[in-house]
Design a binder for this molecule. Structure first.
Ligand SMILES: [Zn+2]
Length: 466
């Protein structure tokens, strides 16, 4: 049956593009209240498309943008079919700066084998791969190989504040899912299907150092009063040693390196360091001594200043002794590091570095743990087979340096393991002008999704695993 579904998907390529375009035309920018109607329309589009695919969608209002929860009715899947949960988001990042777009962000345009539009890759195009696959299964087979629940949200780009309450509200129902499928990430390179098996967590701080009640004259008072800018850069500068290692006591205590066999696999991945240097415009790469670039990004924790503000910033010279200085500091965490323990260690150490004459105020803005998904679960085996069917190549197993907080939420609230099966590419321009999704990714992604549900249906209904 899968073969027939795949043939039908391949035969209707032009039709799929026409299906997807109206969704991409909706400017569902969750950060901008002016786009409220577009968000409603984008959620509505998803409701209609899922109905066509045989699902029964429910509109869940939230404080801001609705969630959609869609289920396969009992007569549309095999009686013993395993329950699978799919998550995606229909909101998009703002499109500005608009003048940097070659074609308008909300007028999907095909060029060079790619579809250009805001949301083409993140995440409408990737979600569409799954919805189209479900539609194809319904058209060809009349029923799905799995019992499907699709959960779409409209607040991913602004922090998913309604998602945990919705998951909690429906937890009894969602908990029976054997796997969570998420397609909101990248392949390592074109033609290299990829399963992401983990990503880093994060702790984020606002750091403020205060001295005098206002800016002072640096000639009159310089040398007599502590300078908060000097104090802040001194403290922050002490957080790394010359080898790029973070100096916070205990920072690395819980870090566990991946097994040698995984590190060996990473060394064989098609990763081009020279290309990265060119693309980023840096003179050379830099990071913690003794680790490769992929290790530094995927399995080593980091600390970075994300913003730094103090004193006079206008043209020319102005001799002030600033009254305050502030910084934004984030730490990317790896599996087994406890965000709250790291946060406490950061606070204690920074406090100990504070010189006399200034006050230090720390505000924690964020704390989420890293996530490691099992690499040997039946769901991952199904996904690996599906990627090979979809893209004609065996997948590689990678990790992601970034943070995907929603996956942590699902793990925490439902204890379900996720399969991160991204179809995007590193040059998709997510969050930037000229976002695109390769048509090869779109069609390969639809084929993969169709095969994934077939394999999940077989593998999970036979065995015990999950
Ligand atoms: Zn996304």
């Amino acid at each position: 049956m899968l073969d027939t579904v795949l043939i039908w998907i391949d035969k209707n390529r032009g039709g799929w593009l026409e299906d997807l375009k109206p969704w991409l035309r909706l400017a569902s920018v969750s950060a901008d209240p002016a786009h409220q109607a577009d968000l409603t329309a984008a959620a509505d589009w998803a409701m209609h498309y899922m109905r066509a695919a045989g699902l029964e969608p429910e509109w869940i209002p939230t404080a801001r943008h609705p969630c959609i929860l869609a289920r396969t009715p009992g007569n549309r899947h095999k009686p013993d079919a395993p329950h699978i949960l799919f998550y995606g988001h229909y909101d998009v990042q703002p499109a500005d700066p608009l003048d940097k777009w070659i074609t308008p962000p909300f007028e999907p345009t095909i060029r060079d084998g790619k579809i250009f539009a805001r949301g083409a890759s993140d995440d409408k195009g990737q979600v569409f791969c799954h919805l189209a696959a479900l539609l194809a299964w319904k058209q060809i087979a009349g029923e799905l190989p799995v019992r499907m629940t699709v959960l779409l949200e409209g607040e991913e780009e602004i922090g998913s504040m309604s998602l945990e309450p919705v998951i909690t509200q429906y937890a009894d129902e969602l908990k029976t899912a054997r796997a969570l499928i998420v397609s909101d990430s990248n392949q390592l390179a074109p033609g290299v299907p990829t399963l992401t098996t983990g990503f880093r967590g994060m702790v984020y701080y606002q750091v403020e150092v205060a001295g005098a009640a206002e800016d002072l004259h640096s000639g009159v008072y310089g040398g007599a009063v502590a300078n908060p800018a000097n104090a802040l850069v001194g403290m922050l500068g002490a957080l790394h040693d010359v080898h790029g290692r973070v100096t916070i006591p205990g920072f690395y205590d819980e870090v566990v390196m991946p097994e040698a066999s995984i590190l060996q696999q990473w060394r064989q991945l098609p990763f081009d360091e020279a290309e990265l240097i060119r693309r980023l415009g840096v003179s050379e790469l830099f990071g913690e001594k003794g680790f490769s670039t992929l290790e530094r990004r995927w399995c080593r924790p980091t600390l970075d200043i994300n913003g730094l503000t103090s004193g006079y910033q206008g043209p020319g010279a102005k001799t002030v002794l600033p009254g305050a200085a502030s910084a934004k500091v984030s730490m990317r965490l790896v599996p087994h590091q406890d965000p709250l323990r790291i946060a406490a260690a950061f606070e204690t150490y920074l406090g100990s570095l504070k010189p006399a004459g200034v006050r230090l105020k720390l505000q924690r803005l964020n704390a989420s743990p890293a996530v490691l998904t099992p690499t040997d679960s039946p769901a991952v085996a199904a996904a690996a087979e599906a990627l090979e069917i979809g893209f004609g190549q065996k997948p590689v197993f990678t990790r992601e340096g970034g943070t995907v907080p929603v996956v942590s939420s699902f793990k925490k609230l439902l204890d379900v393991d996720s399969v991160l099966i991204g179809f995007g590419l590193p040059d998709d321009n997510l969050h930037a002008p000229n976002e695109k999704f390769d048509l090869a990714s779109l069609y390969g992604g639809m084929r993969t999704a169709a095969a994934l549900y077939d394999r999940l249906g077989r593998i999970l209904s036979n065995g015990r695993g999950g």
